[in-house]
Design a protein around this ligand. Structure first.
Ligand code: ATP
Ligand code: MG
Length: 393
């Protein structure tokens, strides 16, 4: 029954020129997510309002689902748009609307009118009262509750038309993509890093990714799993340039030269170095990981400090204070969980020591890394040069 949606977006703190940047980024992203949805859509901006209008037949459910992945949207309101043809015409439209939506239901309601068109012959309270009275008469099962109504019927008297709506479907909130620069996500096949990518994108940050692959220890299937996960994340973050780095030689070299209890931490430092290289090359302003304090040995405060010490760029860890069950809840929400728990091997688990250091000391780690001086440069160079870039849509 609806052909249009009124989009509510969070504009707190978004004023002046930033407001246009925010709105334009929002509209651009809305176009992007609606592109594959069945139907033809027109998106218009008008006086602090954004509308999506569908022409002819369209997939209602898919349209809502797509818009629910657009950061910056707070609410999606299926709306009836009408030209102003006088109060009696409005009253008839409202009755039709109520019949279609709430026939025979026992609920409370309130009419809430906003009058942007100051020339409208009735004031907002007058419209509330008149329509409220008529609804009461026509719908014996409905009653008025002005404080906590089940149904809040919005009537918006705009300059060029009238909006009628009562449903607000929640959006994801956050900031529109692209309003806060670009980041490089260290994306593994686990549960955490896809969620971390989602979290930064929610704040308006574009996401590219690096994945460290260790063939033949990690299989093609493990790589495919990461590609699939990137696809899940990209539904929210927009296109991702996924860099698949062949990490085997570097890992083997560390394994041969360094104490095995320090392996994970040294490996993680090399991951950060490589991630930073590609971050720079792609204009990213920070790295993003799925780390959370204390989750595993490599994520103690000491380990995080030692890993962090190689980075020149800021490293964002959006899950830092999350418990695993909280991370899983988001993972399920973004439909990544089922893929994340597929049991394929990860490059980190292959060479992992029985008792990794949990309180590494930077000086000690740096001393161990000096043992790599002879051959690491060349291996790093090869790794960078042989990196495969996959465009995830
Ligand atoms: P995740 O669930 O994201 O894999 P985790 O709990 O397994 O995290 P670690 O293996 O210690 O934790 O990895 C910590 C972070 O390092 C990950 O969240 C991810 O950002 C990054 N990382 C780990 N392994 C890889 C990899 N093979 N490729 C890219 N990034 C990785
Ligand atoms: Mg992992």
């Amino acid at each position: 029954m609806f052909q249009a949606f009124l989009i509510k977006y969070g504009e707190i703190g978004v004023k002046g020129k930033n407001r246009y940047v925010f709105e334009d980024a929002l509209v651009a992203r809305m176009k992007q997510v609606l592109y594959p949805v069945e139907g033809t859509f027109r998106i218009t901006k008008e006086q602090g309002r954004i509308y999506v209008e569908a022409e002819g037949v369209f997939d209602y459910e898919e349209t809502i689902a797509a818009l629910q992945r657009v950061f910056g949207i707070v609410g999606i309101c299926p709306v009836v748009l009408r030209e102003d043809q006088g109060f009696e015409a409005l009253s008839k439209d409202v009755m039709d609307y109520m019949h279609r939506m709430y026939e025979g239901v026992k609920k409370t309601f309130k009419v809430h009118t906003r009058r942007a068109n100051k020339n409208y012959p009735l004031t907002s309270p007058e419209v509330n009262e008149e329509l409220g009275g008529r609804i009461l008469k026509e719908f014996p099962d409905l009653s008025v509750d002005v404080h906590k109504p089940d149904i809040m019927l919005h009537i918006e008297l705009r300059s060029h038309h009238i909006n009628i709506y009562s449903e607000v479907i929640p959006g994801p909130g956050g900031m529109p993509l692209g309003t806060n620069g670009r980041s490089m996500l260290l994306l593994s096949g686990g549960i955490d890093s896809p969620v971390a990518g989602y979290m930064v994108a929610k704040r308006g940050v574009y996401v590219d990714a690096v994945y460290f692959h260790a063939p033949p220890y990690t299989s093609e299937r493990a790589k495919q799993k990461v590609v699939d996960l990137a696809g899940k994340v990209a539904r929210y973050t927009g296109p991702i340039r996924l860099h698949v780095i062949n990490f085997t030689d570097i890992q083997m070299y560390i394994y041969d030269q360094c104490p095995h209890d320090e392996l994970t931490i040294i490996m993680r430092r090399y991951m950060m170095r490589i991630a930073e290289h590609f971050a720079r090359a792609n204009g990213c302003l920070g790295l993003v990981t799925g780390e959370s304090i204390g989750q595993v040995a490599s994520q103690t405060m000491q380990s995080l400090a030692v890993t962090n010490a190689v980075c020149e760029m800021p490293v964002y860890r959006p899950l830092i204070g999350f418990d695993k069950n909280e991370i899983i809840a988001v993972s399920e929400k973004i439909d990544a969980y089922e893929t994340s728990i597929l049991p394929y091997e990860d490059c980190c688990t292959i060479f992992v020591a029985k008792h990794p250091v949990t309180k590494p000391v930077l000086k000690t780690i740096e001393r161990s890394e000096r043992k790599l001086e002879e051959g690491i440069e060349e291996r790093m160079k090869t790794a960078l040069e042989t990196t495969e870039v996959i465009e995830i849509k």
